[in-house]
Write a protein of this length. Structure first.
Length: 156
């Protein structure tokens, strides 16, 4: 493994270690300003939208527990597996999401981050999460709240 590959693997580990500590600013420092993020819940987000999403998720996650592993990287891309455990507040039920992540790197930062869930999420859960994000964005007066509102409506 070359130096760039080792640095990219360390970047993935830094991101998920920060996530496990709910240190959102360290998480975001791993990303390029124009990062693109994609997953089945939020769809495709970029730049400020990605930052708003992680800030909202970290602020709302009362009992979130993150574990990660299987980190691999090359000079240009990487991957990891991570598990999220938390209580779904709408039902009070415990949730265990198993997620496979892929990354593209540019200039020492994450340029693209794609999360794929191993099991399909409940559509009701997806729309509530997206709706909560839209509400949170409106409450905060986020410039991109219309984006989140549209995303939530598309998932219903």
């Amino acid at each position: 493994m070359g130096d760039a590959a080792r640095a990219n693997a360390a970047l993935i580990e830094r991101f998920y270690s920060a996530f496990a500590r709910r240190d959102v600013e360290t998480m975001l420092s791993c990303y390029r300003p124009d990062v693109v993020f994609c997953d089945p819940v939020f769809g495709t987000l970029s730049g400020r939208e990605v930052r708003a999403m992680w800030r909202m998720l970290n602020a709302r996650a009362a009992d979130l527990a993150i574990e990660f592993g299987n980190v691999a990287a090359t000079e240009g891309d990487g991957s990891a597996h991570w598990d999220a455990r938390y209580t779904y507040t709408a039902t009070g039920r415990p949730v265990h999401n198993r997620i496979d992540a892929s990354f593209e790197f540019r200039d020492g930062s994450i340029a693209r981050h794609v999360d794929r869930f191993r099991e399909p999420l409940n559509k009701s859960h997806m729309s509530r999460v997206s709706g909560a994000m839209a509400l949170d964005a409106r409450r905060r007066g986020a410039a991109n709240s219309s984006y989140y509102s549209q995303a939530a409506q598309q998932r219903r």
